[in-house]
Ligand binder design. Structure first.
Ligand code: TRP
Length: 331
């Protein structure tokens, strides 16, 4: 059976973009593959969280993974920092990762632009750590969004370089994978790009948001003054609302508002009302479970321990073989 690895950075609560873009995919994949899903807390250190923020964020993501339906008996769910073998593989891979290629990565250039005061080496080698996350389980399938394509290409480069250096075929090549074949990009409410935490609190709808908060955020979503010509193309801000409706509402509902738009009769207030109610319905079961699971610390402890054990079993096998290949020997 093929092995799947994916992770989410532990920056706290999950939004609809995380859910529809990644976690929902994980839930479907866990039945068909050997899946490892982790919470990327080493990666989150690039932005220097306080100790209590770090733990709180990891806990929140774990709770929400479980609430969304990842089953710890089917998939291996673990916290990255519970598996020190990942850090060890990262060290080895760093020896074969070149400054030039790391500096050219789009995500690194973005960070240099957005946080010029914190361009640390961890940011530079972020793709190497990500490659270690994947290669530690020799995974071939990585369910991620389009924005991670370049990181996966780098993971393949590092895997192949290791293989060439040591003249073997130890690491398989990992590829981006989408279970349902349509890579869904979930837009934010600000009328611009994708839903994301860094774009501001009001841009994202969180799985844990209360119905009142969801209504308030959606009602404030950016639109335009309305269409003036029949069947005109939708500007990005308006298209975003339709894209969101496409994931949470029924096909009939979507079609209804599409027709109103095309005949210039749409009232965005009505559409937003419908959209927020459908978002509330779509997230309701998870919201309930988030509360239940959050209150059960012994269950969370058990899940984290069980996951760490299973992940380390796989990771330590790889590290043992990698050390052997590199040439470390016991006296
Ligand atoms: N870089 C990924 C993101 O920002 C998170 C991530 C870290 C990841 N390590 C990974 C995803 C390994 C897949 C596999 O979304």
């Amino acid at each position: 059976m093929e092995t799947v690895v994916s992770g989410i950075r532990s920056t706290g609560k999950l939004h609809l973009g995380n859910y529809y873009g990644a976690v929902k995919n994980f839930v479907q994949m866990q039945h068909e593959f050997n899946c490892f899903f982790f919470i990327a807390d080493y990666h989150s250190l690039t932005t220097h969280p306080t100790p209590s923020d770090l733990h709180g964020n990891v806990k929140q993501v774990l709770i929400e993974y479980l609430a969304a339906g990842i089953d710890p008996e089917k998939a291996t769910i673990y916290v990255q920092s519970d598996v020190p073998e990942i850090a060890e593989l990262y060290l080895y891979l760093n020896m074969n990762a070149y400054m030039g290629e790391l500096e050219r990565s789009a995500s690194f250039k973005d960070k240099v632009r957005s946080h010029p005061d914190n361009v640390n080496a961890g940011l530079l080698t972020y793709p190497v750590l990500m490659a270690a996350d994947i290669l530690i389980h020799k995974a071939t399938k990585v369910p991620v969004g389009k924005d991670q394509e370049q990181h996966l290409e780098m993971a393949r480069t590092f895997a192949n370089r290791f293989n060439r250096l040591y003249s073997n075929e130890y690491f398989p090549e990992p590829y981006a994978f989408n279970f349902s074949n349509n890579l869904v990009k979930i837009p934010g409410l600000d009328g611009k790009g994708k839903m994301g935490k860094s774009e501001g609190e009001a841009n994202a709808v969180y799985l844990s948001d209360s119905p009142e908060v969801i209504r308030k955020k959606v009602m404030r979503a950016v639109t335009d003054a309305g269409p003036t010509v029949e069947n005109q193309e939708k500007p990005e801000a308006v298209k975003n609302l339709f894209d969101l409706m496409n994931v949470v509402s029924s096909a009939d509902t979507l079609q209804h508002f599409d027709q109103l738009y095309n005949s210039c009769q749409i009232r965005y207030g009505d559409m937003k009302k419908q959209l927020s109610e459908d978002m509330i319905i779509a997230t309701e079961p998870m919201r309930q479970r988030i509360n239940d699971i959050a209150g059960d610390s012994s269950y969370l402890r058990q899940v984290a321990r069980h996951g760490a054990l299973k992940a380390r079993e796989s990771a330590s096998k790889t590290i043992k073989e990698v050390r052997e290949i590199i040439g470390f020997r016991n006296f």
